[in-house]
Design a protein around this ligand. Sequence first.
Ligand code: TGC
Ligand code: FAD
Length: 394
Amino acid sequence: MARFEGIDFFNLDAHFSEEERMIRDTVREWVENAVMPIIGDAYINREFPRQLIPELGELGVLGANLPEEYGCAGLNNVSYGIIMQELERGDSGIRSFVSVQGALVMYPIFAFGSEEQKREWLPKLATGEAIGCFGLTEPDYGSNPASMITRAEKTADGWRLNGAKMWITNGSMSDVAVIWAQTGEQGDVKGIRGFVVPTDTPGFSAKDQKGKLSLLASDTSELVLEDVDLPESALMPGSTGGLKHPLMCLTQARYGIAWGAVGAAMACFDEALSYSKERVMFDEPIGGKQIQQVRLADMLTKITHGQLVTYHLGRMKDEGTMTPQQVSFAKRANCDMATDIAREARRLLGGNGILVEYHSMRHMANLESVYTYEGTHDIHSLILGQTLTGLNAF
Ligand code: TGC
Ligand code: FAD
């Protein structure tokens, strides 16, 4: 039995199927045994723990909601969400690796790729034998990818890519990159198309993003594409032009992040609650003090809200009724919630809260990235504002 019991104040457990509970317990236990003992050192050493990749493949969590036909686990979306939650209880960097591989690399190849691309890449990506990254963001175009500069020019027998992509998770360790590029003039949104680019193609290079203070156990890189010549077959034929296709990928990844943020918050709450019972100050456990009880009650309330949202969102995704705007709601609310919880947990821990032996400050620092990537909090506010008013305020 896993050591973490996990906060579940509204007994959502009873609403999960036996299979969903089994998946949760399996991933929870793996995180306890494989991630927790090494994550502090990985974080301090600023290294993604690559040795875990084959185990992630064996667990079946890479592209877990994609079909078995391509070597994936074929799970429902609630199970997929539970996996993200449990992985991010360990570290946002581990969940990021799995999110990018599944939602941003395997999903677009599955949804927009040719049969040949699917057969070539999906089984290897599912086992972790191949690693992938997703290049949408550019140095000058983050929140507004519609204006991307990276260009794909038609050649006699294919395409030539030139440009740069910034902040790319898994970038330096990838075998394959899904690259979004403009095939027309800059700003011609309908010209944006997706390419499957083997990273050993001449002209493709990746360099580590130095100086991060967040998500340290994750590979974040800049990609440079300099006259990268690709055959016609590198184009994903289903990405017929426009931002809709990359945004569909973001919806998949944002869905997982909404669950993952709850996991990070749950880990911080567990740590704060147990510390409050053990740490004695002024002759009694600090958990016996009213201020700390209010703090814990507030944390419980916010996490429970987040859990109810992801649970319901997951069931809607499985029914086929979920909208991208609901995903924006969940990503925005849960990342905001988790950053608050991590900070409050760290504060409850006092001086110990700044040590790597405890987990809340690592989560707190990580969550600043999670709050920012996949659409910043502000961008999701504007998506919701547009949904409510019909007015575009971007
Ligand atoms: P807009 O005109 O609103 O939309 C263009 C077309 O796309 C459709 N659409 C969506 N479809 C699916 N899912 C979504 N979330 C969608 N949002 C919009 C829309 O209906 C339209 O379709 P059509 O048929 O009319 O063409 O596009 P816009 O240019 O005005 O942009 C809107 C905006 C600002 C919301 C969008 O650009 C945006 O979301 N910006 C944020 C950028 C972002 O999130 N980047 C993430 C990069 S990847 C990353 O961060 C990975 S971190 C991973 C990790 O480590 O875990
Ligand atoms: P900007 O867009 O420059 O925003 C700066 C500020 O302005 C923010 O506060 C923003 O909310 C605000 N802002 C922007 N537009 C408006 C507006 N219209 N109104 C009001 N305020 C506004 N990208 C990928 O493609 N692939 C990846 O794998 C990937 N991984 C990442 C990993 C990490 C660790 C990080 C930090 C980022 C990653 N990203 C990735 C990029 C990420 O998606 C972008 O950082 C994010 O979309 C924001 O873009 P930006 O950093 O350029 O900020």
